[in-house]
Write a protein that binds this ligand. Structure first.
Ligand SMILES: Nc1ncnc2c1ncn2[C@@H]1O[C@H](COP(=O)(O)OP(=O)(O)OP(=O)(O)O)[C@@H](O)[C@H]1O
Ligand SMILES: [Mg+2]
Length: 486
């Protein structure tokens, strides 16, 4: 009406100014105020737009009559959304707000560094003027929070890894992501039940501990160091943690990071509710050369902490220092997000610098040990459905000395999963062979000169393994004892 009135009454040159005037007048007398949340804010994607879309999808699923359905690339569920130019009423703390989704055609493509969508989309939020402060102070935060929660619930976990050589992806992010579908959970993890319960309780306390961390003035983060021989379930434990808490995983490949500042940037680009993992921390940075540098005198603190690869080393220009890494986990920058878990894994805890191990940095040191009897029972139950086995005493007697990893055990169980009886028989035999072999090795090590006996034992062990067709497995077990192959 206003516009047709303007057309008839005002000359063209005055139309724009008078339209503006009418808008102001209308705004002044109106009891409402309006907030536009556009999809693209200048050149960047507006996070708030995405959040509102997700937030409204939860209420739209119940009340709307015409909805748009979408399914994201990384999502395994469908989300509902408002169709074009549809409205939805929402209430919050006793006030009512109205959302409208507005889609218009973009007029003429302006020059831009990246292609813009043809449609211009946005939400308009209508609120009563008297409720303006509540909306700005807390409703929009509430929407953001709720959207993040919904996103986490509807979407599969994401596994991020830092791009090769610190390069950025097309959206300027240093992390690349794929859907995280690792099926490991605390139910499938074979570790001592008491240890498992302790870890689960610790994780839960952490996830629910916002007010505790606030009250005690601590940054809301926690560090776990998982150590133990290869194949004892360190990576499986990380996956179980992520699945348990519903967190994303950032798998940090330290060898791809060149400088401390790059490391810091990576940290800044991680989201909260995530697990930041550095696997095989002892192999990622050269921990052995720091003493060499130390001999040179000068700034002792710097030298002690300098973990940079020595010249000529295969460091690939990598100049990350221990202090850089400690700052990553512990410094002021580590608090730029919240609710984050750091997990480091290593096969050789003795190689790590004490600075990395001190309390408060890595809060919990978790020893992932060889398969115990309690852990074996979990594997037998999960793989074969056995609650009990016949040769329980025999197995229990051999398992301690056998030093077999859960990976070794599960390999035997998988191989024989069609023939459960054979699985247990083969497992018992393998445990005995391993126990015997370890016993002999320790005797050798102790300088016991029962050399003739040794040969006989070896023979017996071999005969034993051959008679049970175990050659292939035993080879496999041997390989797991020594160094990791990298
Ligand atoms: N504690 C465990 N419970 C259940 N399965 C296990 C356990 N440990 C190992 N496995 C099985 O063995 C395989 C290897 O385990 P995983 O990769 O977690 O070992 P790791 O400790 O991370 O070894 P590495 O030090 O070589 O990285 C997994 O596929 C998993 O199925
Ligand atoms: Mg691993």
């Amino acid at each position: 009406f206003c516009q047709s009135l303007l057309h008839t009454v005002f000359p063209p040159e005055l139309r724009f100014a008078s339209l503006k005037f009418f808008h102001r007048l209308f705004g002044y007398f109106s009891t409402y105020c309006y907030y536009d949340i556009t999809e693209i804010d200048g050149v960047n994607t507006n996070e708030l737009y995405n959040a509102v879309q997700i937030y409204l999808s939860s209420s739209a699923s119940i009340s709307g009559t015409r909805l748009s359905l979408t399914r994201g690339l990384n999502s395994s569920s469908i989300t509902y959304g408002l169709s074009n130019n549809d409205r939805l009423i929402d209430s919050y703390k006793g006030i009512t707000v109205e959302w409208e989704h507005i889609v218009t055609q973009r007029q003429g493509q302006n020059f831009s560094w990246r292609p813009m969508p043809e449609e211009k989309r946005g939400f308009t939020l209508r609120v009563r003027k008297k409720n303006k402060h509540l909306v700005l102070d807390s409703y929009l935060d509430f929407v953001m929070e709720k959207a993040n929660e919904l996103r986490r619930r509807s979407q599969d976990r994401l596994l991020y890894t830092n791009s090769k050589g610190g390069s950025l992806d097309s959206r300027g992010h240093p992390w690349e992501s794929v859907p995280f579908k690792h099926p490991s959970t605390f139910d499938t993890l074979a570790i001592d039940p008491s240890k498992k319960a302790e870890i689960m309780a610790d994780l839960l306390d952490f996830a629910n501990g916002e007010s505790f961390y606030q009250k005690t003035g601590r940054a809301w983060k926690r560090g776990y160091l998982l150590y133990g021989p290869p194949g004892t379930g360190k990576s499986s434990m990380i996956a179980a943690m992520a699945n348990y808490l519903g967190y994303d995983i950032y798998d940090l490949e330290l060898t791809e990071v060149n400088t401390n500042s790059e490391l810091r940037k990576l940290l800044m680009k991680t989201s909260s509710k995530s697990i930041i993992v550095i696997e095989d921390i002892d192999c990622s940075i050269n921990l052995t050369n720091r003493n060499k540098n130390n001999n040179g005198g000068g700034d002792s603190r710097k030298n002690t902490y300098d973990l940079a690869a020595a010249p000529g080393d295969d460091g690939g220009g990598n100049s990350i220092t221990l202090s850089g890494l400690l700052n990553f986990t512990d410094g002021l920058w580590s608090c730029c997000g919240s609710e984050r878990i750091f997990v480091f894994t290593t096969n050789h805890i003795e190689k790590l610098d004490p600075a990395l191990l001190r309390c408060g940095r890595m809060d919990m040191h978790i020893h992932m040990s060889y398969c115990s009897f309690a852990a074996l029972k979990i594997l037998l139950k999960n793989y074969l459905g056995y609650e009990e086995i016949e040769s329980e005493e025999e197995v229990a007697a051999a398992i301690g000395a056998a030093e077999m990893t859960p990976a070794d055990v599960s390999e035997i169980l998988i191989k024989n999963r069609r023939d459960k009886r054979n699985a247990v028989a083969e497992l018992t035999a393998a445990l005995k062979v391993r126990a015997e072999r370890n016993r002999m090795k320790s005797m050798e090590r102790n300088g016991n000169d029962e050399a003739e006996d040794d040969e006989e034992h070896e023979k017996r062990a071999l005969e034993f393994s051959e008679s049970d067709h175990l050659e292939g497995n035993c080879e496999g077990f041997d390989g797991n004892e020594g160094e990791k192959l990298h």
